[in-house]
Design a protein around this ligand. Structure first.
Ligand SMILES: C[S@@+](CC[C@H](N)C(=O)[O-])C[C@H]1O[C@@H](n2cnc3c(N)ncnc32)[C@H](O)[C@@H]1O
Length: 213
């Protein structure tokens, strides 16, 4: 599968710039070190998280991403990563990993984009060990009515321009609805990155699987 001109020259560098600025990299540096053991990173993208994995805690990273648009950048970052990284060009909606084989699922700026996000969260729960955790840093629905109104209006256009990214998802609600329990400190980060408010309302934290869900 090749990249289109738009993916190679607009979408890929655009996402890397928006999600790779100093404020976001600072947040990544706080969130990613929570990963441990065998890590499954949903939506590896251009590999912006890779430098922040702690080699003393992380055995290896399995990066899952069906998009090829970002993999040239990802390859360089994979080569420089402090931990071994393998890239699987598949969707997180159907994982090949065995049940209970992963210690951490990490997702950053990806729950917004996966088409069937509930399928991906179900798969994440299946592959996680009972003691495992899902670490997340995501953008989503803003709390202010006027910002949310703009998000609703612009969502179809933004989705078409940004590889399917949805502006109206609330990651905390998604995780709760999908049968995850949020750690007490999980929650809203707020507007901690530059850019329009419709894109920059952030959430982060750790969620644990309910086995019965
Ligand atoms: C906005 S980018 C974020 C990339 C990276 N996680 C980051 O933090 O910079 C969204 C990513 O989700 C990936 N994605 C889209 N559909 C997916 C799916 N079904 N399973 C896993 N990843 C998916 C895209 O290819 C893209 O790399």
């Amino acid at each position: 599968m090749g990249q289109s001109w738009y993916e190679r020259h607009c979408l890929s560098p655009g996402i890397d710039k928006l999600c790779g600025g100093p404020e976001v990299m600072k947040l990544r540096s706080e969130v990613v070190p929570r990963a441990e053991g065998v890590v499954l990173e949903l939506g590896l993208g251009s590999g912006l998280n890779l430098a922040f994995y702690d080699p003393a805690r992380v055995k290896r990273v399995l990066g899952v991403d069906p998009g090829v648009a970002l993999t040239d950048l990802a390859k360089t970052r994979m080569a420089e990563a402090p931990v071994p990284v393998e890239l699987l060009s598949i969707s997180g909606e159907a994982l090949p990993q065995a049940d209970q084989s992963v210690d951490t699922v990490l997702t950053t700026f990806t729950l917004c984009t996966i088409p069937n996000v509930y399928a991906a969260l179900r798969e994440a729960r299946r592959v996680l060990k009972p003691t495992g955790k899902l670490v997340f840093l995501e953008h989503g629905l803003a709390p202010e009515a006027d910002v949310a109104r703009w998000q609703r209006w612009l969502n179809p256009l933004w989705g078409a321009l940004a590889g399917g990214c949805q502006l109206l998802r609330d990651p905390l609600q998604l995780l709760t609805d999908a049968g995850w329990t949020l750690d007490a400190e999980a929650g809203v980060v707020g507007y901690r990155m530059p850019g329009p408010k419709i894109l920059t309302y952030l959430y982060e934290g750790v969620a644990r699987p309910h086995r019965s869900a």
